[in-house]
Design a binder for this molecule. Structure first.
Ligand SMILES: [Zn+2]
Length: 305
């Protein structure tokens, strides 16, 4: 399994750090659990300590530069050999370059010449197909829309500390003033998932297969330690049942508390909505009075190589 670094920009000092990583291979097998945890996953801790200024902030407050790079990448295409369809090629080069007939003719007489100077990924695909249909040879060069950002990206900034242990997250929640609702939910969901880890089994059904964590016998949420009960209670206050993910999580927390009727009531309105995967499985567990955290499905990630 190999990973590409994820580069983030600190909200305070604007410094760049590497934080966690993105899977880049196809052979990553993931298990989808009833509580919404998908694992094993690369470390995407909810808190990040900036490698430049050392201040800890929720990950969501860091600007992720990886998608920015994909969006900002632009290309230019240089024609190196014209092929046998000169009239069609002239038309093509005029269309893409915006040059006059005289300019295009002169350019084609003294190859190489630019066909397009600033095009995005989609246009590049179209242009390549058109050139190849005419048997023309070309070269693609990457131009930088934001050269400084790209340069920084390739200079591999220092590694930030990704914080995901429950104790640190709880301390952060207790000490930070005015944590935004979205950030608090992220942190508390992470704590909730981590608190379920000791009870996870790789097998499809409770008690079968290998333990993921410590393989402990299941304990209902309401019978857990105080900090876990408080975390779940606070999540129930924060989560909005109108939100899809939140509704499933609320139903799952009800089921894991053996409040099966409440879980079914939450799932009922979305039972036949295909955009909610696994909702029927979750409802079936509630109908059978099963409260344990379980694996719902095993998938193989289809991330790009
Ligand atoms: Zn910083």
């Amino acid at each position: 399994m190999s990973y590409a670094p994820s580069i983030v920009r600190c909200p305070l000092c604007q410094g760049l750090s590497q934080a966690g990583s993105l899977p880049v291979r196809r052979d990553v097998s993931m298990r989808w659990w009833t509580d919404g945890w998908i694992g094993p996953s690369p470390r995407e801790g909810p808190l990040v300590r900036c490698a430049v200024c050392g201040i800890v902030n929720p990950r969501g407050r860091f600007e992720d530069l990886s998608p920015l790079q994909c969006r900002s990448r632009i290309y230019r295409v240089m024609l190196t050999h014209g092929g046998d369809h000169r009239v069609e090629l002239m038309r093509l080069v005029r269309k893409w370059s915006g040059g006059s007939p005289v300019e295009v003719r002169a350019a084609l007489d003294s190859l190489p010449c630019f066909v397009a100077q600033e095009i995005g990924e989609e246009d590049l695909g179209r242009l390549r197909a058109e050139l190849e249909a005419l048997g023309a040879a070309y070269r693609v060069e990457i131009r930088e829309e934001e050269p400084s950002t790209l340069r920084e990206w390739f200079q591999a900034p220092p590694q930030a500390e990704v914080l995901d242990d429950v104790e640190t997250l709880r301390q952060f929640l207790a000490s930070a003033d005015g944590v935004e609702r979205r950030d608090e939910i992220n942190l508390r969901v992470h704590i909730y998932h981590a608190a379920n880890h000791p009870y996870r089994w790789w097998g499809g059904a409770w008690g079968e297969g290998e333990p993921y964590g410590e393989g402990l016998p299941w304990v209902l949420l309401g019978e857990r330690e105080a900090w876990q009960r408080e975390n779940v209670k606070r999540l129930e206050e924060l989560l909005d049942p109108e939100d899809r993910e939140s509704r499933l999580l609320l139903a799952e927390m009800a089921r894991q508390s053996s409040h099966f009727a409440a879980a079914l009531a939450l799932l009922e309105p979305v039972l036949h909505d295909e955009s909610y995967p696994f909702v029927e499985d979750l409802a079936e567990l509630a109908r059978q009075g099963i409260s344990e955290v379980q694996v719902l499905a095993v998938t193989t990630a289809t991330a790009e190589d």
